[in-house]
Design a protein around this ligand. Structure first.
Ligand code: T6T
Length: 314
């Protein structure tokens, strides 16, 4: 499968050659629906899911919308429902809008595991696995406070309101900023587009030349924020803390365009998702909620084994 082709060498030595190596008609089918195509966080998450699927002998199919948008993800969920997989792993792109389509597939007997993002009402899922995003947002506030010397004006740059990860990271950041005495000048959304993130940051800086820091809540927001500051020639004045550690972000950290990254355990979320789905299918005990941690990566610890392991793969 595509997902496996992108997964690098870590599990190549198992000799596994995708689902076709598995059993015949009786083999269980698991579908993973990610938030968006081409996003290294989800690519890495899918690799973790694939290695666990190989280990447990289940078939994994990965599907991704072209944009991070509930109106693009919903038809995919509906098409997956028609194929009646045994289990669905999904990262809902909206806390409310994806409820009905996911409920429909759950009611038809597919076991649902929410990975990365969640729903306002998660009663349709047997398990939810996600980074502790609220804590991640607080960690971002601490990192930014350190970088700007403890006080000053900061901008919160989200990617999409109504997505659980963004909402929780933002809440954690706001609470952390308040506790630490940072002055939040505003919250804006980049629609998961680096270009939009870049122009938001340039406009914010033009409005407020005193701006000292930006927290960008995901990889695309962070990538664009860094580009925007470089274009405004303001990379020395304004510090950026970004969520995620994709290849472009790591490069920007190395170049000093971004000062800290809050990295997730992307592959682990995928691995645990398949593990919990198979436990549910086997009638074994399932963990309703699993929180995974985050790692703050800076130039200082960028080469540590822990930081390297937390980076997403292309
Ligand atoms: O930050 C991740 C993910 O956790 C979030 O839900 C959506 O954006 C990413 O995929 C990064 O691009």
């Amino acid at each position: 499968t595509l997902a496996l082709a992108a997964c690098g060498s870590s599990d190549d030595d198992t000799g596994s050659t995708t689902a076709s190596a598995g059993g015949g008609a009786g083999e269980r089918k698991v579908t993973l629906v990610t938030g968006v195509k081409g996003d290294e966080f989800y690519i890495t998450m899918a690799c973790g899911a694939q290695s666990e699927a190989d280990r447990l002998g289940v078939q994994l199919d990965v599907q991704s919308p072209d944009e991070f948008d509930p109106s693009k993800q919903t038809p995919i969920v509906n098409a997956v429902a028609a194929s009646k997989p045994d289990a669905l792993l999904i990262a809902p792109t909206d806390q409310a809008a994806l409820y009905a389509p996911i409920k429909q597939i759950a009611d038809a007997g597919t076991k649902v595991v929410l990975v990365d993002t969640t729903l306002e009402n998660a009663d349709v899922a047997v398990s939810q696995i996600a980074t502790d995003n609220y804590e991640g947002g607080k960690a971002a506030a601490r990192a930014l406070a350190d970088l700007i010397g403890g006080s000053g004006k900061v901008l919160l740059l989200g990617f999409r309101a109504g997505v659980s990860t963004d909402d929780l990271r933002s809440r954690g950041f706001r609470d952390g900023a308040e506790e630490l005495g940072l002055e939040l000048v505003g919250t804006e959304y980049s629609d998961n587009k680096p270009e939009k993130a870049a122009s938001i940051v340039k406009a914010a800086l033009a409005r407020d030349p005193e701006l000292k820091g930006v927290f960008a809540t995901n990889s695309f927001a962070s990538e664009g924020a860094a580009t925007g500051l470089r274009e405004a020639d303001a990379q020395d004045k304004v510090k950026i803390v970004g969520f995620d550690a994709g290849p472009i972000q790591v490069e920007q950290l190395e170049q000093g365009l971004v000062q800290a990254l809050i990295a997730q355990q992307s592959a682990e979320i995928g691995r645990l998702g398949v593990q919990q789905a198979v436990a549910a299918l086997d009638g074994r005990t399932v963990q309703e909620r699993i929180g995974t941690g985050s790692t703050t990566i800076t130039q200082e610890n960028i080469d540590s084994p822990e930081s390297r392991a937390a980076m997403d793969k292309r």
